[in-house]
Design a protein around this ligand. Structure first.
Ligand SMILES: [Zn+2]
Length: 101
């Protein structure tokens, strides 16, 4: 198992978290993750976005700004529910990992 496998779920949650605040797109997510110390390639992030869309956690549309075109992802109701459930689990895990109870 690689570190990438270990962090995959965390990164998906991170994507959902930001998508819950505002629509996201691949490059923006890559930059955001870099800010947090994750070096992720488009070849990793784009399939994750597609996967989240396939699970109906995100929905996407094409957006055109001038000559630029990109796929923008928005969170769905299902995504919000999944995120809320995951938050509870993360809170519990955090308690065990960091606070040691
Ligand atoms: Zn973030």
């Amino acid at each position: 198992m690689t570190d990438k496998d270990l962090y995959g779920g965390l990164i998906r949650l991170h994507i959902l978290h930001h998508a819950a605040e505002e629509p996201v797109f691949g490059l923006g997510i890559i930059e955001e993750l870099r800010r947090h110390g994750y070096e992720m390639s488009a070849g990793t992030v784009y399939p994750m976005l597609h996967g989240l869309e396939k699970k109906d956690y995100l929905t996407s549309r094409h957006e055109r700004t001038g000559r630029r075109e990109r796929r923008v992802y928005e969170i769905t109701e299902q995504g919000r529910t999944a995120l809320a459930d995951a938050k509870e689990k993360v809170k519990e895990l955090f308690g065990e990992l960091i606070e040691g109870d």
